[in-house]
Design a protein around this ligand. Structure first.
Ligand SMILES: [Zn+2]
Length: 258
């Protein structure tokens, strides 16, 4: 019998808790370590729809990237989405595991998955984060101009759209940092990247990147991080072939483009 604890152990070996940033919250967020698991649903976020999907699949466990419980929780009620999601998970007896910045930093984690999705080669650490393990840098298969690269990123990540600044230089080497990593652009430049692919970026960071000759591509939070859901599923399937693994079919990017 495979338990929640067994799967937690597999995920901890993949993305050890000490890799998480000090402000983060990772691990078992709801449920019972001793619960038997026959099916697991993996997703970027734990939402009401994801819990409903898990219940329909008969999954006893949801594994996600973004923490369901992040800031201090004052109440668990129907008044907000996190409360409703948590209440549904508990009512349906579905355990919830979240692996966040530890999965960003892990070898084969969020940032390696992002580098792989862009086909980067000779991938090395970008050196950001508290442990120096956040972000990756690698070489492109062939040189690209900034706009060409932005289109390539959009296609590679199946993004609805990307925003970018033209750094004014040909790109042979790119850095990646899933999620809101724009403030880490100095690490990307230091490692010789002419482009930096991130998700979520403010105007001031875009301006700064352009002034530094860096093509900063905001490909969106969901497209840059969602590949981790399939990585979680593959890790669990490899270690526990008796457990049925699924990647959420209902969880989509909440941002749309017109
Ligand atoms: Zn994120």
């Amino acid at each position: 019998m495979t338990t929640v604890q067994d799967i937690l152990h597999i995920l901890e070996e993949f993305a050890p808790y000490p890799l998480a940033e000090s402000w983060d919250n990772v691990g078992l967020m709801a449920g019972d370590r001793r619960q038997a698991v026959t099916r697991v649903l993996c997703a970027l976020d734990v939402t009401e729809a994801v819990i409903a999907e898990a219940a329909a699949l008969g999954a006893e466990l949801v594994v996600a990237h973004h923490p369901l419980i992040f800031t201090s929780v004052k109440a668990v009620t129907e008044d907000d989405a996190a409360g409703r999601t948590l209440r549904r998970a508990i009512r349906q007896d579905i355990s919830v595991i979240c692996m966040h910045t530890n999965a960003d930093c892990a070898e084969g984690g969020v940032n390696d998955a992002l580098a792989a999705a862009l086909g980067l080669t000779d991938v090395v650490q970008m050196g950001a984060g508290e442990g120096g393990l956040l972000g990756r840098v690698g070489d492109l298969a062939h040189p690209m101009q900034p706009e060409e690269f932005a289109r390539f990123v959009k296609g590679s990540l199946s993004a609805g759209g990307v925003r970018f600044t033209d750094g004014g230089r040909e790109i042979t080497r790119a850095a990646v940092g899933g999620g809101a990593c724009g403030k880490l652009m100095d690490f990307a430049l230091e490692k010789g990247a002419q482009a930096f692919v991130i998700g979520d970026c403010s105007y001031d960071l875009m301006q700064r990147a352009q002034s530094l000759g860096l093509t900063l591509v905001d490909a969106g939070h969901f497209p840059t991080e969602n590949p981790i859901a399939a990585v979680f599923a593959a890790r669990i399937a490899a270690a526990c072939p008796e457990v049925e693994t699924h990647v959420s079919a209902v969880h989509k990017d909440c941002i749309q483009f017109v």
